[in-house]
Design a protein around this ligand. Sequence first.
Ligand code: SF4
Ligand code: SF4
Length: 470
Amino acid sequence: MSTANTTAATATPIFPSFEQVYQGLAGQIGMLREMAPQPTKSDEKRLQGAVETLIEETNADEAVWLESCIHCGQCTNACHYFQATGEAKYAPMRKMDLYRRVYQREISPMRWWHRLITQPVKLSDFEQAKELIYDSCSECGRCTMVCPMGIDTASLVHHMRSAMVAAELVPPELAALRMEQKQMGTVFGSSPDSLRKMVETIREKAGIEVPLDKEQAEVMVLSSAVDLVANGNGLLATAKIMNHLGVDWTICSDGFESANFGLLSGDMSLWKKQVDPIIAAAQRVQAKILVIAECGHAYPALRWNPMLSSGGLPFEMMYMSEFLGKQAKAGNLHLTPFDGKVTFHDPCKTGRRGGAFDEPRAVLAAMDADLVEMPANKEYNWCCGGGAGIFLLEDATRLRDESFKIKIREVNESGAESVVVSCASCRLNFESGRQKNHWDKQVHSLVELVADHLIEDESTANAQARGAVA
Ligand code: SF4
Ligand code: SF4
């Protein structure tokens, strides 16, 4: 059990437990299938749109990856969906077959030859590929770690998701949330009003100040739909930490949402539409740092956004675990000890694809945690099975649940009594797996753990004197 500070441990909780959060969200997710839009275009237009999208998105990198697979099979065992099922169709190299066919027939220098020896691509080919592109690829990047040709299967799968948007073949849950975010700018109903209400609740019930919509601030933080419609503890924890550090910070009601169903579905225009207001708000408040909330896919949506020229942005973007890690390394985080063996699950998007390995571990070190690593860790960490929106997909339930058993085995082998995660999606998937398997491990959010372990006599003035951000 963790040793949180006395006040946090005994105070009446303001928000529901994460177990309750998971149960509430599971109910909402169950209704998404009925809300999904139906195809509106003819089959011919859908096929044409999918093929044209792939042609448009294929540049030199994609062409090299599609040309260079030597079918060695090294990547097969690296994929958790293959590991969990033993079914050959889930091998990473199979997930690029349809893309390669389109490339060979439409773009490659040998297209005249490929048109002689391969069948034209049909809409039914895209329909059949849907399971491989959505249900069985969390775009985790683990297969690339072992590929002798350095093929980035996750990126190729992402382009296929763009083609699936054009083919109107997005899975119903992602299609419903994409439509909501596109048409209303909300996710699960989370809106600027939800943020204002959450801020008021935190101010009134916890007595914690949340500087909403400041005109100028050094640090701008994001939140996410999960925090605003279900788990207020995420924003509460962020506010406690920022105030404790004496950071000059704000959250903006016109640019706060981390969740990006453009990225998850493959809709590039929605991806950009969601990111633009965040960038504009950060520039307006003259932020030096943009802190991305614990929402794994928000990291590539912002930090690795191909539509943003990050070199030209006047602020640094970092994930919550990176921000906390830098504060810990600078000696600014003074925390009570954490008892018991604990392991850290690196979210694929921030770890393997983002390189944020040392920072979350520095935070755990700041609370003298007895950190033990899973057999496969850091770059080789196994995905929890729910990334890239898969947590939401009913059709992916078997794949998700079976692949989570790899995670259970890894955590159990580490000897840890609890797991720390730093991604709301991973956390939901862990909670699902924990409940379904009657698993006895506790699962913590990094930011909430830090907030619970703050030493309360550390005054804001002291933190400011240390120059927490500068
Ligand atoms: S990116 Fe991850 S989920 Fe996708 S094929 Fe590779 S290992 Fe499997
Ligand atoms: S490891 Fe790379 S080259 Fe080998 S089959 Fe997989 S994708 Fe192809």
